[in-house]
Design a binder for this molecule. Structure first.
Ligand code: MOS
Length: 694
């Protein structure tokens, strides 16, 4: 039993790659199912109000139509914390696009036709959908994320800021952003007595299982959630979404399996989005750029149904030494769709603001932007006072400086042009916390020398099952082809969601633990596996409790070179370089893809993406990928990604930090800073459309 190279750190190709590129990988509505029916939702046509009548007569005239559901006749659901899941339970409409009715038919076409034929009448009420910095409804929420304080204050910001030699006071804005995974939110639901099986596109089968059990009043063991392959999520599939509840409800009513794939033009209203933010940053510094006072004050929104408060100021509690600081979050409740997680919630918009402000400070002080960041490097985490388990931001900046050729850059603003193009470059830092969530795994040795490892992990396109196989084989001390890792089902040992860049650590740790113990048990048996095999289960709850207190974060540095067309106002990115310090990189091939994917999404945030709230209709104007612009291949230059070899014993047995989200953090600021260097125009509100530069 020898391996030819270390399994952790090898660039193993995706185990399911062939299935995916040949089209045999099955997604939520791809499974062939007998007697299947199709459902199509009817979105509410008012932003706020009451449904006064639902007329299904015309829809039901088609014999292919099996049912029309609305609050009048839909099965009653039990309550959950997530009020977006109480579908068809009340005549009240909390936002435009919330589901008002559902058509179920024997064909997709008939369901869609029936949905169009349902007549819903409303008593509309006035709505309020636009966030402003002085919105009268602003209040201080209890917390910004589970357990994160809304406000933090250190020292005396007001006095020190007022006396500072250099002062910066600027407001940065990010628009609402939509996740738009390639596979829309979709489910196939089937009942067998009181057992419910759903093929569902989500980031966490165990989490969806628990929510469905709550909603339908059943034991969790009765619910089987399968998410074998998931076509992206970016946070929008991190919680159960209303489509899976509708599919399960419809299947119960029509007594047949039901498929429901949300059309893309409905996603914007019901699958979450990143809230718009308005962020005021004030920095007081000395003339050498040492930050003495820093305030980061965030204004954002939630919906009438609650939702997630974007914790954008939290990065200012981590990044720079500022002896006097204030970080706050204020939120207002609007009649908008419910915001949720989108890749690096908090850090991503927060670092657009903070890293743009650091660039402005560098220019105000006449200090190189990289040197400015180095000068403000803290010795401990500024807010908590805890030591960092590892922090190699300066090394990332230095390595990036060398690779990008930063020293050749002329710091003068708008000093470089090629014909009608202005050329500039910019830098920004990245950061993302290291999370681990309690999960379970089982490792089984068969008498034939094969191994099976079970964990209810979710591979949302990241390569999770591939990396887990590497972790398992490494711990077992056997070649990769002897190990089969099963993920993507809530019937497997319960595990956490593919979110908060925590998957590899949260699932890999119990996998490592179960496999290590199995190996020891087999060694004790002299490697003679009992006839029925040998199984070891592991969970990491105690390991997590026993960890020492450290501030655990990944860091990075991003460099961008842009050209701005002085005739059209178009910005194009010429080069992007990211250098990251994220613990041990377990698979350089899939890791590189994660970093590149994040940076590409950051490029989209900088230049293209943004949803526009229509104040009259209370609706997002962009309803498809022709109007919500994500970067196309032609928009993206070659992206150069590197990482620092980082040894950190305070993480997990693999020594890894999460890498799914840090790639998007800071990219937009690096590009905006480059646009300023090219043109002298400081863009503080994204995206950087041609119109804002003209
Ligand atoms: Mo990520 S936004 O935590 O799925």
């Amino acid at each position: 039993m020898t391996t030819t190279r270390p399994l952790l750190g090898s660039p193993m190709t995706r185990l399911e790659g062939r299935e995916k590129v040949t089209g045999t990988a099955r997604y939520a509505v791809d499974y062939p199912v007998d007697r299947v029916a199709y459902a199509w939702p009817v979105p509410a046509a008012v932003a706020r109000g009451e449904i006064t009548a639902v007329d299904a007569t015309a829809a039901l005239a088609d014999p292919a139509v099996l049912a029309v559901l609305s609050y009048e006749n839909a099965p009653r659901l039990h309550d959950t914390d997530d009020r977006t899941l109480a579908v068809l339970q009340s005549p009240h409409i909390a936002h435009r696009g919330q589901f008002a009715a559902l058509a179920v038919a024997t064909s997709l076409e008939a369901a869609r036709g029936a949905a169009a034929a349902i007549r819903v009448a409303y008593a509309p009420e006035p709505h309020d959908v636009i966030l402003t910095r002085d919105h009268p409804g602003l209040y201080k929420p209890d917390e910004v994320d589970e357990g994160m304080p809304t406000d933090r204050e250190h020292g005396d910001f007001d006095t020190v800021y007022a006396r500072a030699q250099v002062r910066l006071d600027a407001v940065y804005e990010t628009p609402p952003l939509h996740n738009h995974p390639l596979e829309p939110h979709a489910a196939t639901a089937m009942w067998d007595g009181d057992d419910l099986t759903v093929y569902d596109s989500n980031q966490g089968a165990t989490a969806v299982q628990h929510v469905l059990a709550e909603l339908f009043g059943l034991a969790t063991g009765k619910i089987h959630v399968i998410n074998e392959h998931v076509g992206g999520g970016f946070g929008s599939k991190g919680t159960a979404r209303p489509h899976v509840v509708l599919a399960a409800m419809a299947a119960r009513v029509v007594r047949r399996p039901v498929k429901l794939a949300l059309p893309r033009n409905q996603l914007a209203a019901v699958t979450g989005h990143r809230s718009p933010t308005i962020q005021r940053i004030r920095i007081g510094a000395d003339t050498e750029g040492h930050v003495q006072a820093l305030a980061h004050e965030v204004t954002t929104q939630i919906s009438a149904l609650d939702g997630f408060v974007e914790p954008a100021a939290v990065v200012s509690r981590v990044m720079y030494a500022a002896p006097n600081s204030r970080t706050t979050h204020r939120v207002t409740r609007l009649d908008v769709p419910t915001p949720s997680w989108m890749r690096a919630p908090g850090e991503c918009p927060g670092m657009f603001a903070l890293e743009s402000a650091m660039d402005e400070l560098a220019i105000a002080c006449g200090v190189d932007p990289i040197e400015l960041r180095v000068r403000n490097e803290p010795t401990v985490e500024p807010d908590s006072g805890l030591p960092f388990s590892s922090r190699h931001l300066v090394e990332c900046l230095r390595e990036g400086t060398r690779r990008f050729g930063w020293h050749d850059r002329d710091p003068r603003i708008a000093g470089k042009h090629e014909g009608r193009l202005l050329i500039g470059s910019g830098v920004a830092a990245s950061t993302y916390p290291v999370y681990v969530m309690a999960s379970h795994a089982e490792a089984h040795a068969g008498p034939d020398g094969s191994y099976e490892v079970h964990v209810s992990a979710s591979d949302i396109g990241t390569g999770a099952r591939t990396v887990l196989t590497q972790i398992a084989a490494d711990a077992l001390g056997v070649p990769l082809d002897r190990v089969r890792v099963r993920v993507g089902s809530s019937d497997l040992p319960p595990a956490s969601v593919a979110g908060a860049s925590s998957g590899t650590a949260s699932w890999g740790w119990p996998v490592h633990k179960a496999c290590t113990e199995l190996r020891q048990r087999l060694e004790a048996l002299g490697h003679s596996v009992p006839e029925q095999g040998l199984t070891v289960a592991a969970d990491i709850a105690e390991d997590l409790d026993d960890r020492e207190d450290y501030a655990r974060h990944a860091f990075g540095a991003q460099f961008a070179e842009v050209q701005v067309d002085t005739v059209t106002g178009e910005t194009r990115v010429r080069r992007l370089l990211g250098v990251f310090a994220a613990g041990r990189i377990l698979n350089p091939r899939t890791a590189r893809s994660q970093f590149i994917g994040g940076m590409t999404m950051g490029l989209g945030m900088a230049l293209l993406e943004g949803s526009t709230m229509d104040p009259a209709f209370g609706d997002y104007a962009e309803r498809d990928l022709a109007s919500y612009h994500v970067p196309a291949c032609a928009d993206v230059p070659e992206i150069d990604v590197h990482w620092i070899e980082e040894e950190d014993p305070q993480l997990n047995p693999m020594g890894s930090k999460g890498i799914g989200e840090i790639g998007i953090v800071g990219t937009a600021a690096a590009i905006a800073n480059a646009v300023h260097h090219a043109t002298g125009v400081r863009i503080r509100a994204l995206p950087i459309h041609p119109a804002v530069l003209m």
